[in-house]
Design a protein around this ligand. Structure first.
Ligand SMILES: [Zn+2]
Length: 93
Protein backbone atom coordinates (compact mmCIF):
# COMPACT_ATOMS: atom_id res chain seq x y z
CA UNK A 1 0.00 0.00 0.00
CA UNK A 2 1.16 3.48 -0.80
CA UNK A 3 -0.64 5.17 1.99
CA UNK A 4 1.82 4.38 4.66
CA UNK A 5 4.64 5.98 2.79
CA UNK A 6 2.92 9.32 2.50
CA UNK A 7 2.34 9.49 6.19
CA UNK A 8 5.91 8.66 7.00
CA UNK A 9 7.65 11.33 5.02
CA UNK A 10 9.82 12.64 7.74
CA UNK A 11 10.69 15.98 6.51
CA UNK A 12 12.86 18.01 8.83
CA UNK A 13 10.96 20.42 10.99
CA UNK A 14 11.43 24.08 10.47
CA UNK A 15 13.51 24.60 13.56
CA UNK A 16 17.10 23.88 12.62
CA UNK A 17 17.19 24.68 8.97
CA UNK A 18 17.89 28.11 7.61
CA UNK A 19 15.09 29.72 5.63
CA UNK A 20 17.36 30.43 2.69
CA UNK A 21 19.03 27.91 0.45
CA UNK A 22 22.10 25.99 1.26
CA UNK A 23 24.43 28.56 -0.13
CA UNK A 24 27.23 29.02 2.36
CA UNK A 25 25.67 26.96 5.07
CA UNK A 26 28.57 27.46 7.36
CA UNK A 27 28.54 28.57 10.90
CA UNK A 28 28.15 32.26 10.67
CA UNK A 29 30.26 34.51 12.72
CA UNK A 30 30.65 38.11 11.85
CA UNK A 31 34.21 38.44 10.60
CA UNK A 32 34.56 41.89 12.04
CA UNK A 33 33.39 40.77 15.44
CA UNK A 34 35.82 37.91 15.24
CA UNK A 35 38.58 40.39 14.52
CA UNK A 36 37.29 42.80 17.12
CA UNK A 37 37.17 45.48 14.50
CA UNK A 38 35.01 48.42 15.41
CA UNK A 39 35.92 50.73 12.62
CA UNK A 40 36.00 49.43 9.12
CA UNK A 41 38.44 51.29 6.99
CA UNK A 42 37.44 52.05 3.44
CA UNK A 43 41.04 51.59 2.42
CA UNK A 44 41.03 47.93 3.39
CA UNK A 45 39.92 46.86 -0.01
CA UNK A 46 41.04 43.30 0.34
CA UNK A 47 38.72 42.94 3.28
CA UNK A 48 35.83 44.80 1.74
CA UNK A 49 36.03 43.04 -1.54
CA UNK A 50 34.77 39.81 -0.14
CA UNK A 51 31.50 41.50 0.69
CA UNK A 52 30.85 42.38 -2.90
CA UNK A 53 29.29 40.00 -5.31
CA UNK A 54 31.06 39.45 -8.58
CA UNK A 55 28.78 42.03 -10.03
CA UNK A 56 29.94 44.55 -7.53
CA UNK A 57 26.92 44.54 -5.32
CA UNK A 58 27.07 44.43 -1.58
CA UNK A 59 26.28 40.94 -0.41
CA UNK A 60 23.39 40.75 2.05
CA UNK A 61 23.98 40.05 5.67
CA UNK A 62 22.18 36.75 5.64
CA UNK A 63 24.75 35.46 3.17
CA UNK A 64 27.92 36.71 4.78
CA UNK A 65 26.84 36.42 8.39
CA UNK A 66 28.03 39.88 9.23
CA UNK A 67 26.26 41.36 12.20
CA UNK A 68 23.96 44.34 11.75
CA UNK A 69 26.34 46.80 13.29
CA UNK A 70 29.25 45.75 11.16
CA UNK A 71 27.18 45.37 8.04
CA UNK A 72 26.22 48.99 8.41
CA UNK A 73 29.79 50.07 8.98
CA UNK A 74 30.88 47.91 6.09
CA UNK A 75 28.39 49.33 3.62
CA UNK A 76 29.47 52.82 4.58
CA UNK A 77 33.08 51.84 4.00
CA UNK A 78 32.23 50.33 0.65
CA UNK A 79 30.29 53.37 -0.38
CA UNK A 80 33.21 55.56 0.54
CA UNK A 81 35.55 53.37 -1.41
CA UNK A 82 33.19 53.55 -4.35
CA UNK A 83 33.08 57.28 -4.16
CA UNK A 84 36.83 57.36 -4.36
CA UNK A 85 36.71 54.93 -7.26
CA UNK A 86 38.53 52.29 -5.27
CA UNK A 87 35.64 49.94 -5.84
CA UNK A 88 33.09 49.46 -8.56
CA UNK A 89 29.52 50.64 -8.28
CA UNK A 90 28.48 47.84 -10.52
CA UNK A 91 30.20 45.55 -12.89
CA UNK A 92 28.76 45.03 -16.33
CA UNK A 93 25.09 44.22 -16.57
ZN1 LIG B 1 30.11 42.23 13.87
Amino acid sequence: MERERTERQDRPERSERPAYGNKKARKKVCVFCADKTDYIDYKELSKLRRFLSERGKIVPRRVTGTCAKHQRAMTVAIKRARHLALMPYANEN
